[in-house]
Design a protein around this ligand. Structure first.
Ligand code: DGJ
Length: 357
């Protein structure tokens, strides 16, 4: 019985350490928030709004159960990216068994963007309905008036039902030949995802589709709440997930991973002159030992954060057996012959970015 209470305490006890003003970023280490609790924002992304950074991510609980949503999407704020204030749960799961976002559903890789016209904060996430494993492959949308929430759930769907990608050949419109044609009527599968707002205010939803074999980039409506009806296949049959997109000097860059569940694999990078492609492969962005390159330092991309003309790679080191203990690895993006590359650092500061190539 004692063993039971000890293991229960281990499952529910958040990891806490002493809080001190921090100037370094320590990839892979426990990252305490303002209360000394390890930040709980996995598969996350960051929104800069009115000079403050907001980090949104999956709130995980302990054990294997933590791979499903029991609490919701957590948000933290910071002015300087090193010390983060816990702003609470931005989107809460609910008890109602009829709701898509009932406790025990899967809510992954939430991202938030701000719509200047509607003045709403719009969150998209990958949703798997409770009890169906990863079969649902849906996109969920929630909206808030205030950046930290509460976000109000709007619904979920498979995007782009009844719409062909702009770059699909006539021959591939045969449902017997391609998954994109098979799913034409009902909408496209949407798993690992991110959002991107371009300089012209147009927003895009990037998602792993077609049984995870092909990513799509899908323009959003002006209010950012649904697909606009224009999308492209990105790297057909490239087996990419964990998308993180950014723009530098007018060109679009994309970092992804391969498909091995929670286990790490080699990262990939791409560049395009136009957002709808074509995307050209630039290879594995990891610089280091062959072991580091083979497993992307043990993790997977989730977001690239622009910071004063530089870019910060954000990734997750998953701990699927004890999900709450998942770690973050943020690394500076460096440039090598116009290719984005990342190197491991045990710790670094934002000042280090200034001296980089
Ligand atoms: C890899 C994805 O990148 C994660 O977000 C998650 O969906 C896991 N697969 C589940 O196995």
């Amino acid at each position: 019985m004692k063993a039971f209470w000890v293991s229960l305490a281990l499952i529910v006890a958040p990891i806490t350490v002493a809080v001190a003003a921090e100037t370094a970023i320590r990839p892979g280490a426990i990252w305490p928030d303002d209360k000394g609790v390890h930040i709980n924002a996995h598969g996350g992304g960051v929104l800069l709004h009115d000079g403050v950074y907001y980090w949104f991510g999956e709130h995980k609980i302990g054990g294997d159960a933590g791979n499903r949503a029991h609490i919701g999407v957590h948000v933290y704020s910071s002015r300087h990216l090193t010390n983060w204030k816990d702003e609470g749960i931005a989107l809460s799961v609910v008890d109602d068994p009829m709701s898509d976002i009932v406790k025990g559903s899967v809510i992954e890789r939430p991202k938030v963007i701000y719509n200047k016209k509607t003045r709403k904060f719009v969150m998209w996430f990958h949703l798997e309905l409770k009890g169906l494993g990863y079969k649902s492959a849906r996109a969920g949308v929630a909206v808030a008036d205030k950046v930290t929430g509460p976000y109000v759930y709007q619904g979920s769907f498979r995007p782009n039902a009844g719409v062909w990608p702009v770059n699909l050949s006539e021959a591939d419109k045969d449902p017997a030949k391609t998954v994109v044609a098979r799913d034409f009527e009902t909408g496209q599968m949407a798993r690992d995802m991110t959002l991107f707002v371009d300089d012209d205010g147009k927003a895009y939803h990037l998602y792993a589709s077609e049984e995870n074999h092909t990513m799509h980039i899908s323009q959003l409506s002006e209010d950012y709440l649904r697909p606009a009806g224009k999308y492209a296949r990105m790297m057909p049959m490239g087996d990419d997930e964990a998308p993180a997109i950014f723009k530098r000097n007018g060109r679009y860059y994309l970092l992804t991973s391969g498909l091995t569940g929670w286990a790490p694999n080699p990262a990939k990078s791409y560049v395009a002159d136009h957002i709808f492609g074509p995307w050209k492969a630039l290879g594995n962005p990891v610089r280091g030992t062959p072991e580091q390159a083979a497993v992307t330092f043990g993790g997977q991309s989730t977001f690239v954060l622009p910071y004063r003309g530089r870019f910060i790679f954000m990734g997750d080191i998953w701990r699927p057996k004890d999900a709450i203990d998942g770690r973050y690895f943020w690394l500076p993006i460096e440039w090598e012959n116009e290719k984005p590359v990342i190197r491991w650092r045990d710790q670094w500061t934002l000042k280090d970015l200034e001296g980089l190539k």
